[in-house]
Design a protein around this ligand. Structure first.
Ligand SMILES: [Zn+2]
Length: 426
């Protein structure tokens, strides 16, 4: 194969890559509420149509958060080769999180300084989207006779669960293994890392019940907060130590997440908090209810039914110990853990490309939290999927977020070589 021609085709696009990243950052696709989704999709449609892609603009009608004011728009662009073959799909989310405080740069300016492009979404993940577009364009120009197809999608709402984005596309057949065989998600995981998947998630809300009474005579009521205290005591003294014993073979980064974890996302008990401008005192009442939201992250070695049973057993134990203890549990959300095989074709091809471009072995990792791979895996039933892209994960969602131009170029080279591996060398 001719590495040099492909390498040059990427490297000569340096200025174009910078300009594309800047253009994408300058469209503030804030989520929530989901601004400018149509604008970013039509911007990409114009660019990719001019490069010979066939584009579909897809609104996730009826998906959560889709509305006339904030429609959930997605773009899928496809460029077919000379002959039939497999399809390689690059999927990036186009939404970005809120700006937050502490910026010294214009969050939507796309400033270029010392080889870095700054802005909200630079790293997570407009830099990755731009790199995949440049990689695809360089590959198509160098190998116009390739077989199969290259697809690029820009999808909505990853930052809020992906239901108006990849989940909707997967439900409508866009990731059917009959039409797409390889998926690369250019999330910012560092240019020498291949992310094989993520741990599982289970969210549940537990509510303890009590009886309201005057706070000066608590013995006439029954405090839901004290009941919840007993639940928390059990979690603290029994469940947490037990979870540390559950470790995984998954190469999760950071290493602290190589075990089962539990976070208590929130706790509310008793009367609701008053508005900030309320100047009175709270009323003295015994709390008649208390709620917590659990965020349990679990491992590929664990079964979700066992994850749930642990909590049920804990609650039943507290109930047996405490007279009048009553509770309710509501399940909110669950995602199964997923980990693509290291021998899967997309993994092998990207690994080979990383070795060639960076002259080092790739690091295989697993994400502690989920991302859009969950929908491709579960709804799309497509297992040959990874995350690979430029950018430093720790910078995601931070003030003064940036992506390095050289990192984008390196990973664009890896992506272009991967296309060569999968669509020319076969
Ligand atoms: Zn992201």
């Amino acid at each position: 194969m001719n590495d040099t021609r492909l390498t040059n085709a990427v490297l000569t696009r340096r200025d174009e890559l910078i300009a594309l990243t800047q253009d994408l950052i300058r469209i503030p696709t804030l989520n929530p509420p989901g601004r400018n989704y149509h604008e970013i999709c039509t911007y990409l449609e114009a660019r990719l149509t001019a490069k010979g892609f066939t584009c579909d603009l897809i609104r996730a009608e009826g998906a959560p958060a889709d509305s006339e004011a904030y429609p959930r728009w997605n773009l899928v662009a496809r460029r077919a080769g000379k002959s039939p073959g497999e399809c390689v799909h690059f999927n990036s989310h186009h939404d970005v999180v809120e700006v937050g405080h502490g910026w010294t740069k214009d969050p939507f300016g796309g400033d270029l300084e010392n080889g870095r492009v700054y802005g909200r979404g630079a790293c997570d993940m407009k830099g990755g989207l731009a790199a995949s577009i440049i990689a695809a364009e360089a590959f198509i120009e160098t190998y116009p006779d390739f077989s199969g197809a290259v697809e690029i999608s820009a999808t909505a709402d990853e930052e809020s669960g992906g239901f108006g984005g990849v989940a909707y596309l997967a439900e409508n057949g866009w990731f059917d293994p009959a039409r797409v065989q390889h998926v690369i998600i250019p999330e910012p995981l560092n240019k020498d890392r291949i992310c094989l998947g993520h741990r599982g998630v289970w969210w549940a809300e537990i509510e303890t019940k009590g009886r309201i009474a005057h706070g000066s005579m608590p013995f006439l009521g029954d405090s839901a907060i004290r009941h919840m205290g007993a639940v928390l005591h059990e979690i603290e003294t029994v469940l947490y130590p037990y979870l540390t014993t559950k470790t995984t073979e998954m190469p999760v980064v950071p290493e602290g997440a190589r075990q089962s974890t539990l976070n208590i996302n929130s706790i509310h008990g008793g009367e609701p908090e008053q508005d900030a401008d309320y100047t009175g005192l709270p009323a003295p009442c015994v709390a008649d209810r208390c709620r917590i939201v659990l965020d349990r992250r679990f491992l590929i070695e664990e079964d979700i039914s066992e994850v749930k049973a642990e909590i049920m057993r804990l609650l039943e134990k507290v109930k047996a110990d405490r007279p009048k203890f009553e509770y309710e549990i509501r399940e909110l959300f669950e995602v199964a853990p997923t980990m693509t095989d290291r021998d899967a074709p997309v993994v092998r091809s990207v690994a080979t490309a990383i070795e060639r471009v960076l002259a080092r072995e790739p690091e295989f990792v697993v994400s502690p939290g989920t991302y859009d791979q969950k929908h491709i895996d579960r709804i799309g039933r497509l297992k040959n999927c990874i995350a690979y892209g430029p950018g430093i994960l720790d910078l995601a969602h931070q003030p003064d977020e940036w992506v390095g131009v050289d990192d984008m170029l390196d990973s664009a080279r890896v992506m272009a070589l991967t296309l060569h591996e999968l669509l020319v060398c076969q």
